[in-house]
Ligand binder design. Sequence first.
Ligand SMILES: *[C@@H]1O[C@H](CO)[C@@H](O)[C@H](O)[C@H]1NC(C)=O
Length: 364
Amino acid sequence: MEMEKVVVVVFALSVVLLLGLAQSFDFHEKELETEESLWNLYERWRSHHTVSRDLEEKNKRFNVFKENVKGIHEFNKKDEPYKLRLNKFADMTNHEFRATYAGSKVRHHTMFRGTSGATEGFMYENVSIPASIDWRTKGAVTPVKDQGQCGSCWAFSTVVGVEGINQIKTKKLTSLSEQQLVDCDTSVNEGCNGGLMDYAYDFIKSNGGLTTEANYPYTAQDGSCDKSKLISSLKVTIDGYQDVPANNENALMKAVANQPVSVAIEASGFGFQFYSEGVLTGYCGTELDHGVGVVGYGTALDGTKYWIVKNSWGDSWGEKGYIRMARGIKASHGICGIAMEPSYPLKTSKNPSEEEVSSLKDEL
Ligand SMILES: *[C@@H]1O[C@H](CO)[C@@H](O)[C@H](O)[C@H]1NC(C)=O
């Protein structure tokens, strides 16, 4: 009997290993030696990521790819606490990458932040902080999503916060709709052209909730608001939001200890574009251009402290879609500005029941 169990475990492990191998894309130093071997590497990368390019485009992109591969290779030779990887962004210039994936103009919107509707105070001011927390293990985090070529990170960041507090309050994890925010929250936020989480929280509150991912699925493009989806039993309500005191990682820890938190960061650097694994410790500034969700924090075996950050670039990026970012750096704004503008949704009211929604429908 014992023997059988062992066999099963070994088999399961090797399946996991095989799957893991199938997913990662590695290259050998030798492949960087000649123009021809680099071209072959490019072709191998394209087929791995099923990227099709016409010939002219391919020639142009090959040059970008070469630069990126060499940059990644040089970086990985250094003794840094994190590694880079030739991922799906490998034939995009940093400029293009920035425009599409980290171009959410968070900064542009933040000048209005003072006028938005945050509830005053900081409810977690006096809470004690555990040494570590990971909301994924507590069932408060949905699988990693992919924003595609649409600057809607702000919607994904907002949804991490709402899915989190909803699970904490109701014990039910429900994947919620980014697309409803992209299409319907348009008074200040700008769909695929960017937005800010605080406004999205305002919208969800005044809209009477946010519907489910299944009811209003993601399309990665701007669309017209499907108003019929605003009245639905499939939704989660919030009662506003609060800003975490700015530039205070200790305050951010208190908030994250209690629920997943939305943060704005600068994510347009080379290190972010090709991040693979480890704790990101530098090479970014504070030009906030991307919204993500902090779903925990901890300390690595070597003592490096980190935040656990859920990104929205699919699960092939980084650590299965997540990045660990240094915590407790000298600058009070935190790594990549992570402590500059955190906020989290408030939830005291119950989600509407079927009956409540159908009576609402009758009134209309
Ligand atoms: C935290 O404690 C201080 C001092 O006791 C108190 O004035 C403040 O209201 C408390 N804050 C919250 C959010 O409970």
